[in-house]
Design a protein around this ligand. Structure first.
Ligand SMILES: Cc1ncc(COP(=O)(O)O)c(C=O)c1O
Length: 386
């Protein structure tokens, strides 16, 4: 078999129940979705606040396209930095009370910021369950990468005590993307202070959802510090796309000068910045969207209490139902799909071996009856599996 032929590798994925396939959406990203030609009730999306198809975001995009066209045409540092990008950075900075820098996505930010903040003589201490983009960013940085057990502050302390690195960077997800639980930020910040480290918080799933005003995990815990570098992304709760990194002014200036994924890529279309600006307005005017997620999560957890599978501990919009084997998770997702309900099965390497799960994502656009339908479908699936 020639080395260029990947069919045997693909067959291995098939045999392990790890082959991935896509479904195609042919309408808006919303709880009532049309996917692969079927009408389904979706619990797949990270559109937590139900803004991805919001008319105000769509109108902002249409207006920006009519006035400014589509493409940014160049990177920010060449000629792609538009007044709408500037306005978005200014509004975000005012809201978070910190300077920030836009990136074209969370993945781009993580793979650019970590190498800009840490290099060969440094060490990155990352939670075992951080998002893949953080692992990639850490590997690209060439810093020593140490992983600590999930949310295990004592283990992190041991690793920090043992390091001789010049600079230390602690890296966590604010809300863990496949688990829905939170990083213990107050304890992590205390360690960062004790060991003179920076704390990088990827808040892709906390931004817009957590905290009194939706500022994310830092606001939820009431923590703030010059040591914290805070990543927020706009493709999830904000219903748009892109990301921003918040930090002290000198860090932001350094990132603008050195983060390769900022420098060597075309800026996001200005119309995307217009969508995010509209999202910020809706988020401020409609706090009920965040409250609704709390109500829906409680309802789901009550409804699932008698199932043979356990919802993992989570108070957020991410409610993973732990199934175990890849095959069982795929079979359960298929049984729900047959009943017109779309929930993704998440398998390794996205989650640790043996912990395949259905990742149920709630949205403010869900009705309580939608959650009840999901629970009823799970009950039927459990009866079928018994
Ligand atoms: C924790 C986390 N960080 C970063 C990203 C990447 O962000 P983006 O989709 O904006 O590239 C994701 C998922 O997309 C994520 O779940």
């Amino acid at each position: 078999m020639p080395a260029q032929d990947f069919s045997a590798e693909l067959a291995r994925l098939d045999a392990a129940g790890l082959r991935r396939v896509r479904r195609t959406l042919d309408g808006a990203q919303a709880p009532r979705a049309s996917a692969d030609g079927r009408q389904v009730l979706s619990f797949c999306s990270n559109d937590y606040l139900g803004l991805a198809a919001h008319p105000r975001l769509a109108a902002a995009v249409a207006e920006a396209a009519a006035r400014h066209g589509v493409g940014a045409g160049a990177s920010h540092l060449v000629s792609g930095h538009h007044a709408l990008h500037g306005e978005l950075e200014a509004q975000l900075s005012e809201w978070m009370d910190r300077p920030c820098l836009l990136f074209s996505g969370g993945y781009m930010a993580n793979t650019g910021v970590l190498p800009a903040l840490a290099g060969r003589e440094d060490a990155i201490f990352a939670d075992r369950l951080v998002h893949a983009s953080l692992v990639d960013g850490a590997l690209l940085s060439r810093a020593a990468l140490r992983r600590f057990r999930h949310n295990d502050v004592a283990h992190l302390r041991q690793l920090l005590e043992a390091t001789l690195a010049r600079r230390r960077l602690i890296v966590v997800d604010g809300v863990f993307s496949m688990d829905g639980d939170l990083a213990p930020l107050p304890a992590l910040l205390r360690l960062a202070e004790e060991f003179d480290a920076l704390l990088y918080v990827d808040d892709a799933h906390g931004f817009g959802v957590l905290g009194g005003q939706g500022r994310g995990t830092l606001e939820h815990f009431g923590v703030a510090s010059a040591r914290i570098v805070h990543l927020c992304t706009f493709g999830k709760a904000a219903g748009s796309a892109g990301a921003a990194v918040f930090a002290e002014a000198s860090v932001i200036e350094w990132l603008m000068n050195t983060a390769r994924t900022y420098i060597y890529t075309t800026a996001l279309p200005p119309l995307v910045a217009a969508a995010t600006l509209a999202a910020l307005q809706v988020m401020a005017e409609e706090p009920w969207r965040r409250d609704r997620l709390v109500t829906l999560a409680k309802r789901l957890r009550q409804g699932c209490a008698g199932l043979p599978w356990r919802l993992m501990p989570s108070d957020t919009a991410i409610q993973p139902l732990r199934v175990g084997s890849n095959e069982a998770a795929m079979a359960l997702a298929a049984r729900l799909w047959e009943q017109g309900i779309w929930v993704p099965a998440i398998r390794p390497p996205t989650v640790p071996e043996g912990s395949a799960r259905l990742r149920i994502s709630l949205s403010a656009a869900h009705a309580e009856g939608d959650v009840d339908r999901l629970v009823a479908a799970l009950v039927r699936a459990a009866e079928g599996a018994a």
